[in-house]
Design a protein around this ligand. Structure first.
Ligand code: GTP
Ligand code: MG
Ligand code: ZN
Length: 305
């Protein structure tokens, strides 16, 4: 029977069968994974073949081909990637201005990673209730920058009971990955979406770093075709396998301009003459923050391989 991985704890997997029943499954021996250097062979969102053994237990005999996946570099093994989730339709990044602070660099790296996996992006600016007037203006500014890049942006408070209704139409009939730093409110938001009860942190100011309330990625079904994935807070999303020349392809506003650069697809938009991207930055068509973050990624200030 075909199944969908809802949760992985290392040796056991929670799998939703085609019959919509939930099975506890393990892997049969070693599944051959040619050339794959991942620390986890089966990820949340993977479709697998499941052989039922006894009551609600089974064995995974095969992993079906992935449509896509999103990964980060493994903390433990360099050169290895850790698959966060597979077969997702969109990635939703929860961002907070403070408590904890989400930097623009982190947002842009996340968008680049998602774009490189061809996964559409949504940004939820959470904890609206904590913003003063000035901060709200800054957020509105960001919303206009990112909306112009085809990123759907929403400003809300996850504690507000109406957010479920607001968000559901955006998630309907899709598989959505929720990510963001620890403490931004991913689980709080997810708990507003249905009959889900994810543990949330009791510490609301999140001054104490390094505490993760959610420890495993887990997929929840909101209805037959709607799934969301809660993940543990990500500190860094290492970009895997993006070359210097390729990088600006994942900045959508730069990708559009590339053909107008004198050096065309060889232009790194750094020191080259007659560069359409640098021109667009100087006239304000491309946000300065986006260009700065592009340069810091290009110059390897963020461990890009
Ligand atoms: N003031 C305010 N606090 C919020 C809001 N949303 C969430 N919080 C609080 O922020 C804290 C962290 O929320 P969680 O939902 O546990 O955060 P998380 O992103 O799931 O964190 P990890 O599981 O560690 O990755 C909790 O104390 C929430 O009550 C909000 O809109 N406003
Ligand atoms: Mg959580
Ligand atoms: Zn250029």
């Amino acid at each position: 029977m075909k199944g969908l991985i809802l949760k992985s704890t290392g040796s056991w997997y929670e799998v939703e069968g085609e019959d919509k029943e939930i099975y506890a499954a393990r892997m049969r021996g070693k599944i051959r994974l040619d050339g794959i250097k991942e620390t986890n062979p089966v990820a949340v969102g993977d479709y697998v073949l499941l052989q039922i053994e006894k009551d609600k237990e089974g064995v995974i005999t095969e992993i079906l081909p992935r449509q896509n996946f999103i990964s980060r570099q493994s903390v433990k093994k360099t050169g290895h990637a850790h698959i966060i989730a597979a077969n997702i339709d969109q990635a939703l990044l929860v961002v907070t201005w403070a408590k904890p602070r989400t930097s623009l660099g982190f947002i842009d790296r996340f968008l680049v990673a998602a774009e490189s996996f061809r996964i559409p992006q949504i940004i939820v600016f959470n904890k609206e209730d904590l913003l003063n007037d000035e901060e709200r203006k800054e957020i509105e500014n960001l919303i206009s920058v990112y909306s112009s890049l085809n990123v759907k942006c929403i400003l809300l408070s996850a504690k507000n009971e109406e957010v479920g209704q607001l968000l559901f139409p955006i998630l309907q009939n899709k598989k959505t990955l929720f990510s963001g730093h620890s403490g931004v409110g991913k689980s709080t938001l997810i708990n507003q979406l249905g009959n889900i009860n994810q543990k949330t942190s009791l510490i609301s100011d999140f001054s104490s770093k390094g505490i993760h309330t959610t420890t495993f990625a887990e997929m929840f079904s909101l209805d037959e075709n709607t799934y969301i994935i809660d993940t543990p807070g990500i500190k860094e999303l290492g970009l895997v396998d993006i070359s210097e020349e390729e990088l600006s392809d994942y900045f959508v506003e730069m990708r559009e301009l590339r053909q107008s650069c004198k050096f065309g697809s060889r232009c790194l938009h750094h020191h080259e003459p007659s560069c359409a991207v640098k021109e667009a930055v100087s006239t304000g068509k491309i946000a300065q923050s986006r260009y700065s973050n592009y340069l810091s990624m290009l110059l390897g200030e963020d461990n890009r391989k």
